[in-house]
Design a protein around this ligand. Structure first.
Ligand code: GLA
Length: 383
């Protein structure tokens, strides 16, 4: 759906639900990370692209001190509460994400606000549907009540909603991708210095496709594994006496770690940061983007063996894709399910997608969903 159609659909639905037109409609994309996984909360490097898929937020301020959140994807119920009732965990469920953003600006929103959201970002697929949601609302509220905020401020506002309000201990990868990416580029972000560079990434011109394979296996960040990895990384940095694993120069410097698990976790972060720099170097140069393929595979192996966050479905996907002639493939996002990204020649893409599907069928896995990603625009006002 293009922005014009998406805006019209959101305006119509908002008007029907709330009995009046919204003040505007804002769209924010999901993301797929080319390389740089779990590096963001270690002060490291990431290289995401924005998806063509977005979440749209139609928003209007109110005067009665109440909040209303509606979604075209849920069961149709409107989540309602008073601004004064906002507290971490309240409301719970999907409405907690936009509510957390409102909470970050609550002095300016004492009159309340109505929000209707609509999305085509696959939910729970490791493609940042939650950042698309928080960032669409953050940009809306910036335009309506906080014009002095920069996009970098909005990254922080959206992240705090996830970390402090919803209770998901994420880094800034997803929010940065959703707010700072530009069409035709990957975003090279140094998460410590907050330095960004738009790296041109024109897959079509190179005869390539960036294929996303959504395995359909769920993942969630608020519980379990993600938080464990984060704590392990902090513990490794503390034992090494550095502020963050970003500060470890090379794998040899990890010899001081006598805990084998912490060593492997830290080794993933150190090698992954190096892989981001390597991929950026290749893409900045005049070389062939196909050269990043083996780096992606090395990234997958590191996430599988050292970081231990892959799944049998993701491993099968990478093996099948590379076996069928893809240049590279890796799992993306927080792990424990979700999606993989595959770099493949355009004319090989259908055969590679078929090979993955056949492999899943043989293994008895659910049929995966595949789509091609054109690096797309970051968050914007669409009506
Ligand atoms: C999730 C988190 C991000 C990042 C990735 C892993 O998407 O929200 O902050 O840590 O996992 O790279």
């Amino acid at each position: 759906m293009n922005d014009v159609e998406a805006a019209a659909r959101a305006v119509a639905a908002f008007t029907e639900r709330f009995g009046g037109a919204p003040e505007g409609v804002w769209a924010a994309p999901g993301r797929v990370n080319v390389i740089g996984e779990h590096t963001d909360y270690n002060d490291g490097y990431v290289l995401p692209v924005a998806l063509p898929h977005t979440t749209r937020a139609a928003v209007a301020r109110r005067a009665d001190g109440r909040l209303a959140f509606a979604s075209l994807q849920g069961d149709g119920d409107v989540v309602e509460l008073a601004v004064a009732e906002l507290a971490p965990g309240q409301p719970s469920g999907w409405a907690g994400y936009p509510a957390g953003v409102v909470d970050g600006l609550r002095e300016r929103l004492a009159g309340g606000v109505s929000v209707l959201v609509d999305t085509d970002v696959p939910v729970g697929a490791g493609l940042s549907s939650s950042a698309a949601l928080t960032c669409s609302v953050a940009l809306a509220l910036r335009d309506l009540v906080a014009p002095e905020l920069t996009r970098a401020d909005l990254v922080d506002l959206a992240r705090r909603s996830e970390n402090d309000f919803v209770g998901a201990p994420t880094g800034i990868l997803d929010q940065s991708a959703s707010l700072l990416c530009t069409a035709g580029h990957a975003l090279f972000l140094d998460t410590r210095e907050k330095r960004t560079e738009q790296v041109p990434l024109d897959m079509a011109a190179a005869g390539l496709e960036l294929l996303v394979v959504d395995t359909g296996t769920s993942h969630t960040h608020a519980d379990g594994g993600y938080g464990d990895r984060r704590r392990e990384c902090e513990e490794a940095a503390a034992r090494l006496g550095v502020p963050a694993l970003r500060d470890v120069a090379d794998v040899a410097s990890l010899a001081a770690l006598d805990d084998e698990v912490l060593l492997r976790r830290a080794r993933h972060i150190v090698t992954e940061n190096a892989r981001v720099l390597q991929v950026v170097e290749i893409l900045r140069g005049a070389g062939d983007p196909r050269e990043i393929g083996p780096v992606l595979v090395a990234g997958h192996e590191s996430l599988r063996d050292d970081f231990e966050i892959s799944t049998v479905e993701l491993d099968a996907c990478v093996a099948a894709a590379v076996g069928a002639g893809a240049h590279g493939a890796r799992m993306v996002g927080g792990g424990f399910g979700g999606s993989a990204v595959v770099l493949v020649d355009r004319d090989r893409a259908p055969a590679v997608a078929d090979a993955v599907r056949e492999r899943f069928d043989r293994e008895g896995f659910a049929e995966p969903r595949t789509f091609d990603v054109v690096p797309s625009a970051g968050a914007r006002r669409i009506a």
